[in-house]
Design a binder for this molecule. Structure first.
Ligand code: ADP
Ligand code: ZN
Length: 763
């Protein structure tokens, strides 16, 4: 999305401006359906004074009564058979003027309903208005630590969900919110009360203050003296801040170059001007270091993301709305924080794909931030060590102003990266080993010196698939056509897509042979292997299996930081933002897991990943090194990452993208068709493709239609999937094409369609 295009789209789609002039005779209302339509209702005279845009109303809809959002007023309704609004739900608007404009833009850009967009940006807690003053927590008693496997399996027979809750409590030290425990264990409140009776747990209520992230007074509260490089970046940023339309700054700084310090001092400037700040991070649970740094320097800070406990969530949201907050830190949905007078939006690690929402509306918070900033005349700072090629290209074109930090603070060097050719290694050692000799050697050295090691593998579980050596059978999920993953700790096989669970077979279900084989390796298996090789050291595993409970990440990281563990093993969730001076070695077990994905961003993501993990070491005075294991050791995304050469990578990758008209040169949209019957999904995909081809023929637009073809994930949750990819060098062609098939895309005859503009998920 280019800056100018965004502005252009906006001006075409302003909410009806008449509402200031109108007599409020007729209200424009949108409802939460995947249709981009506005409905008109007449406003009874007794409601006219109270109704304003952004409030919810109840109104007849067909033969039902629905709740919709009033988005404006008109004097000229579509027809004369207009029905009355029944009532007004809210005392004050839930969506302010800016939010109405942003959601309008989202609806037209991402091709969803305006009502859907508004619905998605107002958190459910804002609508229900909880009155609770705190949240209920479940606390262990000593009886839980005395539980052994046998006792647990006894309980499992009579009360499996209670047993599950106990298992979770056992693996998670400390208290868990009752709501969360119920959610992950499936055990209801009644069951938890039973556990209380049996003496396993007690309950306690935490107040709002206790739910907040504490401020860490050990952290530096004063601003640091900038280095020359930082100062010059900061000067450019402050100059921008003074402009009426400040636009976008791309702050490209290598890991550890002091970007966060620049954010902090820019925030100070903006807050001093009486304006507010939104600070978006890719994943809130991994950002507690940054949050604590911000809280150490500023008072009126709120945290906003969708995993907050209801009570606390509402209090934060309401505080923001009432103007008691200057800075909102949050994950992608925080871009919709009801802050007034936003002067600055910071997107940290702007290249991360967690800013993209993967269900409707499929917005990218980075792009929405630019739209919001345009409306509020705010500055956007996109910060990263490895800009997305989209942002890099915008800077190259001059749409964004680029500032760079090329050096780490304190003259520290970026760590040397060594690539191990795993094919070569297998030849030498006559067999495949998960950990190369080199990685093992360096690990031993670091550990012997009392330093710490991070090992990275982008795949959880024990073995990715279960396979029969005799007949070739692979155990697959019955609903998803995806291999089941074996998880040894839970002694089960899990589908990573629909979470179906199946008992691991002892013999081949197909040919009954007994030599069923567990192939490949996941984090769990590596954990075993490492424990076997380094029995004297403690290892902590961080992935979404071991980290199901909300604050589990933070606990594990703090324990690692304190040195209670020497090795941290995890999936990509540990690649971001961590800063541990005692980590002197980072190992990437396999750089190939992402590289081999059928996705045009596979190289970019591999490059980013290696650069990010390399950023986790060499931050202290002890230096550090990185070992990357791969079967594609000469792939440019790996070699450029190893030499810390972003520019080299970007140039090469942009050449490929240009040849194929992929973003940032071309624009993409993906349409997925899902149905319980494969024929129907396929039929509809072909129908839509035909319509599009006819359209292209008649108006001569430049549009490539790729497919239809079965999606790489051909079946998920009993739904067969076909897809189409639209590609064009003109943004408008994509939008026109999607508009022209609007009618065909509605759900019909058991086929669901999903439109994704600027897609990240290609599976
Ligand atoms: P980045 O966000 O680019 O990874 P940080 O802002 O976290 O970098 O800075 C890395 C480290 O250097 C932090 O420990 C930070 O406190 C320190 N630091 C940043 N700027 C300065 C400075 N001007 N003088 C001294 N130390 C600094
Ligand atoms: Zn499944």
């Amino acid at each position: 999305m280019s800056y100018s295009n965004t502005t252009q789209l906006l001006s075409n789609n302003q909410p009806t401006p008449e509402h200031q002039l109108s007599q409020k005779l007729y209200a424009e209302v949108v409802v939460n359906i995947p249709l981009d339509r506005i409905f008109h209702y007449s406003v009874p005279s007794h409601l006219r004074d109270r109704l304003s845009p952004g409030m919810r109303v109840r109104a007849p809809f067909g033969n039902k009564i629905i709740t919709g959002f009033c988005v404006g007023f008109t004097d000229t309704p579509f027809s004369d058979k207009i029905k009355d609004i029944i009532s007004i739900v809210d005392k004050a608007p839930l969506a302010g003027n800016v939010m109405l404009k942003i959601t309008r833009w989202i609806a037209s850009y991402y091709h969803c309903g305006w009502g859907e967009a508004i619905n998605a940006v107002i958190p459910p807690v804002a609508r229900t208005r909880t009155k609770e003053k705190g949240a209920l927590f479940v606390v262990h008693t000593h009886k839980i630590s005395e539980l052994n496997a046998e006792m647990l399996s006894q309980i499992k027979i009579r009360a499996p969900k209670q047993a599950r809750a106990l298992e979770i409590l056992k693996e998670h030290a400390g208290e868990i919110s009752a709501k969360e425990l119920m959610h992950i264990s499936g055990c209801m409140m009644q069951g938890l009360r039973q556990l209380e009776k049996k003496g396993f747990v007690t309950f306690k209520t935490k107040s709002l203050d206790e739910l907040d992230i504490p401020c860490d007074s050990n952290l530096l509260q004063k601003h640091l003296m900038f280095t020359d490089e930082q100062q010059s970046a900061f000067d450019t940023i402050t100059k921008k801040l003074l402009q009426t339309r400040p636009g976008v700054v791309l702050l490209q700084g290598v890991t550890g170059s002091g970007k966060t310090e620049i954010y902090l001092q820019t925030i100070t400037k903006v807050v001093e001007q009486g304006r507010s700040v939104i600070f978006l991070v890719p994943e809130i649970s991994l950002t507690s270091q940054t949050i604590r740094r911000i809280k150490a320097r500023f008072d009126r800070v709120a945290i906003l993301h969708s995993h907050l406990l209801g009570t606390f969530h509402y209090s934060q949201w309401n505080d923001i709305r009432e103007g008691n907050v200057d800075i909102v830190i949050g994950a992608r949905s925080a871009i919709f924080a009801p802050l007034k007078n936003v002067g600055l939006i910071i997107i940290d690690e702007e290249h991360e794909n967690t800013f993209k929402q993967e269900n409707s509306p499929r917005y990218n918070a980075r792009d929405v931030s630019i739209v919001r900033a345009t409306h509020e005349n705010a500055l956007v700072i996109l910060g990263t060590a490895t800009p997305s090629l989209e942002s890099y290209y915008h800077a190259y074109l001059g749409d964004y102003e680029k500032v760079g930090l090329s050096k780490r603070i304190g003259g520290r060097q970026l760590p040397p990266v060594e690539i191990v050719d795993m094919a070569e290694e297998a030849r030498k050692r006559r067999g495949y080993h998960i950990i190369s000799q080199k990685l093992e050697y360096y690990t031993k050295q670091s550990l012997a010196r009392g330093e710490q090691v991070i090992l990275f593998l982008n795949r959880r579980g024990f073995a990715p698939y279960i396979h029969c050596k005799r007949c070739g059978f692979v155990l697959k999920c019955k609903r998803c056509d995806i291999p089941m993953t074996f998880h040894r700790k839970l002694n089960t096989t899990l589908c990573h897509y629909c979470r179906a669970e199946e008992h691991p077979p002892e013999s081949c279900p197909d040919c009954l042979a007994s030599n069923i084989n567990y192939r490949g390796f996941g984090t769990e298996k590596i954990e075993d292997e490492i424990m076997a090789r380094f029995p004297d050291y403690k290892i902590v595993r961080m992935d979404s299996d071991s980290m199901r409970v909300r604050d589990a990440h933070e606990k594990a990281l703090t324990a690692f930081e304190r040195g209670e563990f020497q090795i941290l093993l995890g999936t990509q969730m540990i690649a971001k933002g961590l800063d541990f001076p005692n980590v002197t070695l980072v190992g990437v077990i396999s750089a190939d897991t992402i590289l081999n994905l059928p996705d045009f961003r596979a190289s970019e993501r591999t490059f980013q990943l290696i650069s990010q993990v390399a950023g986790r070491t060499g931050r202290g005075s002890k230096g550090g090194r990185v070992v990357v294991q791969s079967f594609n050791p000469r792939h440019y995304s790996i070699t450029y990452a190893a030499s810390h050469d972003y520019e080299g990578f970007a140039k090469k990758e942009l050449e490929y993208r240009k040849q194929l008209n992929y973003p940032p040169y071309g624009k993409l949209a993906r349409i997925v068709f899902r149905s319980a019957q494969e024929d129907k999904a396929k039929e509809k995909a072909f129908l839509v493709a035909e319509k599009l081809k006819d359209m292209v023929k008649s108006n001569g637009k430049q549009l490539d239609i790729l497919g239809p073809s079965p999606a790489p994930l051909t079946k998920i949750n009993d739904q067969f999937r076909w897809h189409l990819l639209l590609k064009s060098i003109e943004e408008k062609s994509i939008h026109d094409a999607l508009h022209s098939i609007n009618d065909v895309l509605r759900p019909s005859k058991g086929v669901q369609t999903m439109v994704d503009v600027d897609p990240y998920m290609m599976l």
